[in-house]
Design a protein around this ligand. Structure first.
Ligand SMILES: CC(C)(COP(=O)(O)OP(=O)(O)OC[C@H]1O[C@@H](n2cnc3c(N)ncnc32)[C@H](O)[C@@H]1OP(=O)(O)O)[C@@H](O)C(=O)NCCC(=O)NCCS
Length: 141
């Protein structure tokens, strides 16, 4: 993938990233707005990784490390560019970031119905664990 460039997002990329997620990502999050993405980038400037090809945004991943857990979110590739190894390259970049920071294991939350994602995570060496459920409590209205 020599023409693929992976870099960290900065605050100037927020609108493009939100548009990209609207087209390419699966599901939505409570943090899916300008303030939410700005907070992510401000708190951890290296966490949001973007893949560009020929100056076009074609992929994203959030590689969040809080000193304890390595969490991956928003792995997404533009529908026109799938099955070309872009998600694999983004996962490798995320894993390298975690290793550089001292991370030991990566967690990904994956929707049960998202079979394409199951194939992708499995191909990347990830194993499903069935003994967890997600427990949530919203902090805002
Ligand atoms: C899931 C997604 C990120 C994969 O991106 P991608 O760039 O197409 O993935 P890659 O090309 O790196 O694929 C790596 C491997 O994953 C597996 N894989 C990926 N997509 C697959 C599919 N549609 N069907 C079966 N296997 C698939 C294959 O083993 C593939 O290797 P191969 O192409 O050599 O057979 C992309 O389909 C996407 O953005 N989907 C919508 C968002 C989403 O669901 N994200 C995951 C959230 S948990």
């Amino acid at each position: 993938m020599s023409d693929l460039h992976i870099r960290c997002a900065d605050l100037t990329h927020i609108d493009a990233v939100l548009r990209f997620w609207h087209e390419a990502a699966e599901g939505t999050s409570i943090s899916d707005d300008h303030d939410g993405v700005a907070r992510l980038i401000s708190r951890d400037p290296g966490a949001l990784l973007l893949a560009d090809r020929d100056g076009r945004l074609v992929g994203s991943v959030i590689a969040g490390f809080d000193g304890w857990r390595c969490s991956v979110y928003r792995l997404a590739v533009h529908p026109d560019c799938r099955r070309q190894g872009i998600a694999t390259a983004l996962m490798e970049a995320a894993e390298q970031r975690f290793l550089d920071l001292g991370g030991r294991r990566v967690d990904a939350m994956v929707l049960e119905a998202n079979e394409r994602a199951h194939h992708t995570w499995a191909a990347g060496g990830y194993q499903r664990e069935d003994h967890w459920r997600r427990w949530v409590k919203p902090l805002t209205d």
